[in-house]
Write a protein that binds this ligand. Structure first.
Ligand code: GAR
Length: 192
């Protein structure tokens, strides 16, 4: 299963995927390319270090979302992906993009969906007095953070937690959740 990862920033989820792949734990999945909308994304360095091909398509170089997404599709399709993995990719995608990758586009979101779609998920969970936070891997559909849920992981919120401490706890949990989902998709344990 040829996997292309889309990133915008630090790429710690990408690193977790690379680590699982290096250890032979990613099933039949292989990360064949990493694409970023941000040339300064640290995740690009992580990919290069692992000898994975990288590409950058900046949204600043395109007049609108549609043209940016078309340029992105062109670059991604060169890798002939079976699965496109959003790993901290912070751009809203057009329906054209989502349809192009129908049933092969997944995202990790830092909340227990359907709770807290969008941004500031941990702050909202703390403010609501939730006892738990978590992350969700889901299929991507046109509506933001609303596609079918594949798997979730839950972590506690403690009384003395800050937004940042919850974020770190959730991020660490993502580092097991996301690789395990991609492994299971590649082995046919999960189907769409
Ligand atoms: C992760 O927490 C991921 O769930 C979140 O961005 C972070 C990326 O971290 N994604 C979203 O908020 C998407 N809406 P990383 O770059 O270190 O993998």
């Amino acid at each position: 299963m040829r996997v292309v990862c889309l990133i915008s920033g630090g790429g710690s989820n990408l690193q977790a995927l690379i680590d699982w792949q290096t250890k032979g734990l990613l099933g039949n999945a292989e990360i064949v390319g990493v694409v970023s909308n941000n040339a300064g994304a640290f995740g690009l360095e992580r990919a290069k270090k692992a000898n994975i091909s990288v590409s950058c398509v900046s949204h600043h170089d395109h007049p609108d979302r549609l043209q940016f997404d078309q340029a992105l599709i062109e670059v991604i399709d060169r890798y002939q992906p079976d699965l496109v993995v959003l790993a901290g990719f912070m751009r809203i995608l057009t329906s054209e993009f989502v349809h192009h990758y129908a049933d092969r586009l997944i995202n990790v979101h830092p909340s227990l969906l359907p709770k807290y779609k969008g941004l500031n998920t941990h702050r909202r969970a703390i403010e609501a007095g939730d006892a738990t936070a978590g992350a969700t891997v889901h299929w991507v559909t046109e509506e933001l953070d609303s596609g079918g849920i594949i798997r979730q992981i839950e972590v506690p919120i403690h009384a003395d937690d800050s937004e940042d401490s919850v974020k770190q706890r959730v991020l660490e949990a993502e580092h097991t959740l996301y690789p395990s989902v991609i492994r299971d998709l590649s082995l046919g344990v999960i189907t769409c």
